[in-house]
Design a protein around this ligand. Sequence first.
Ligand code: SAH
Length: 219
Amino acid sequence: MRNEHRGIGMTSQRTRERMIRRLREAGIRNTRVLDVIRHTPRHLFVDEALAHRAYEDTALPIGHGQTISQPYMVARMTEIVLENDDPGKVLEIGTGSGYQAAVLAPLVPQVFSIERIMALHQLARQRYQTMGLHMIRVKCADGSLGWPEHAPFGTILLTAATEDIPQQLLHQLAIGGRLLAPLEQNGAQHLAIITRTAENYAREVREAVSFVPLRRGRA
Ligand code: SAH
């Protein structure tokens, strides 16, 4: 099969172990997250021409001006999702290559993911079919509107940066649920975590992050 040929060398256990070591050194501690990343074939989420760089800890272009997130960012976001003992149903905004959702899938009850660029959405859907990741539900739409039919979500994860959190997403959070978003302010991005309480929303701002911008409307 073509997918197997193109990975030769790049997918070797040694190359993957090097990436895991690098993630540990960068501060990733959750062994379940590290294990899933070790077993997720990132080279199948990038173009064949870039497959040899798939296990470097860098973001890579996936076309349409978008990128597959840096493995460290994916690991860290996943680790933060799992800080909640009961992350519940997870909604991701910004499917991109599909890699982040594939890493989340074995660790949470259910994953939904929305992408606004049709070509990227279709590629991710195909990858999930090939890999047998049938538990990930994807759709092509403006993710800032959320996915009301499946709300409420225990976790909502934006993998694109925004200056303000879309209201509809806040409304689709379960009580006790958390929304993780790269917040852009004065040209810098920090990870914001918004927790829905019974009466209100609590906001906490964490480390600096780096994501492509969230855009409104269909592509
Ligand atoms: N999570 C991805 C990387 C995301 S890059 C991965 O693992 O590969 C950010 C993605 O968000 C891009 O593909 C971009 O097209 C998408 N995006 C930007 N604005 C969006 C919106 N309003 N709704 C849905 N997707 C959006």
